[in-house]
Design a protein around this ligand. Structure first.
Ligand code: MN
Length: 318
């Protein structure tokens, strides 16, 4: 693996006639927006491009509306390519069975912003100071010399608005990028609503059930405070998995706690744990201790057992 510049990656991509682009499992707006933006830029230059992500969770409905989604193929139909690019995935485990396509490709590229990413491709562009992978994709598109169309800008904006929580924790550079993207024609109000503030009515019932379980411990985390909530699998019946992703944003509003943990039951006894912190606690080592990863203020991991068991395990680790 080699730490690579956007320029070096653009040189490799501009010479490729076929490119496969891989997003991570449980795809979010940053990984899909990044893939579709890069895919459209390369297609515009005449390359044959396919985008995919590993199952079993389907693409969230909101992301199906993004421009360029016709580039997406099912994970068993993605061909090995002269160049394969993985976007927004801190490890190869995050691309599941598509790691075989990655391994069978002649040249590989990783573009990501996760601090835990140690690099795994021939060329790695990893910048943990970037708010999202999409801004790194913009660097590559600029290095390619490709025009920033409204469609490409919309896909990049999807990653930026989502990974910054509607710019609530955006760094200064991200506001500069947002200015470029909106000037290129992004309908920011529309995409903010579609990606951040839109749920089916049953979502309200689910949120109510999760908030019912919320417990506050102000003495946890060395006095920084912890709030825990549990989302049992039956609460998600009839909802898409991505409708569960935003609940942590509500729970974390509790002023008394620096750390928030939401335990989401994906199947009976199997849990995806979302961690958030506001100012004091670094979540990266905590998530890593459970085999997970992420960022200083937003991380996650998986665990198995009863709700009481998985909650107790986290509380012991804090
Ligand atoms: Mn991201």
């Amino acid at each position: 693996m080699t730490a690579a510049s956007a320029t070096r990656i653009a040189e490799l991509l501009s010479a490729a006639e076929r490119v496969s682009i891989i997003s991570h499992v449980r795809p979010d707006a940053d990984t899909i927006g990044s893939a579709l933006a890069l895919g459209q830029a390369l297609r515009g230059r005449g390359a044959d491009v396919a985008v995919s992500f590993p199952g079993p969770e389907p693409l969230p409905g909101s992301l199906r509306q993004l421009p360029g989604s016709e580039l997406i193929v099912s994970d068993d139909a993605l061909p090995p390519a002269p160049v394969t690019v993985v976007v927004d995935a801190a490890t190869l485990e995050r691309i599941g069975g598509l790691a075989a396509v990655f391994a069978a490709s002649d040249r590989t590229v990783c573009i990501d912003h996760h601090v835990s990413n140690e690099g795994y491709a021939d060329l790695d562009l990893i910048d943990p100071t970037a708010d999202c992978t999409a801004v790194l994709i913009l660097d590559v598109i600029d290095a390619l010399g490709t025009e920033l169309t409204a469609d490409i800008a919309t896909c990049l904006f999807a990653g930026l608005v989502t990974d910054t929580g509607s710019f609530k924790w955006a760094r200064p550079a991200s506001f500069t990028v947002a200015g470029r993207l909106t000037a290129a024609g992004v309908d920011s109000a529309y995409w903010n609503r579609i990606l951040m503030d839109s749920h089916p009515f049953d979502w309200l019932t689910m949120v109510s059930g999760v908030l019912d379980t919320a417990v506050l411990d102000e003495s946890a985390c060395g006095g920084a405070g912890l709030v825990v909530a549990v989302m049992h699998a039956d609460l998600m019946a009839g909802l898409d998995w991505e409708d569960g992703e935003s609940v942590v944003g509500i729970v974390r509003t509790a002023r008394e706690a620096d750390v928030t943990a939401v335990f989401k039951e994906s199947a009976p006894g199997h849990w995806n744990v979302s961690l958030r912190s506001k100012a004091a606690v670094d979540l990266v080592p905590i998530a890593a201790a459970f085999g997970g990863g992420g960022h200083t203020r937003a991380a996650g991991y998986s665990d198995a057992g009863s709700a009481d068991e998985v909650v107790a395990r986290l509380r012991e680790a804090l």
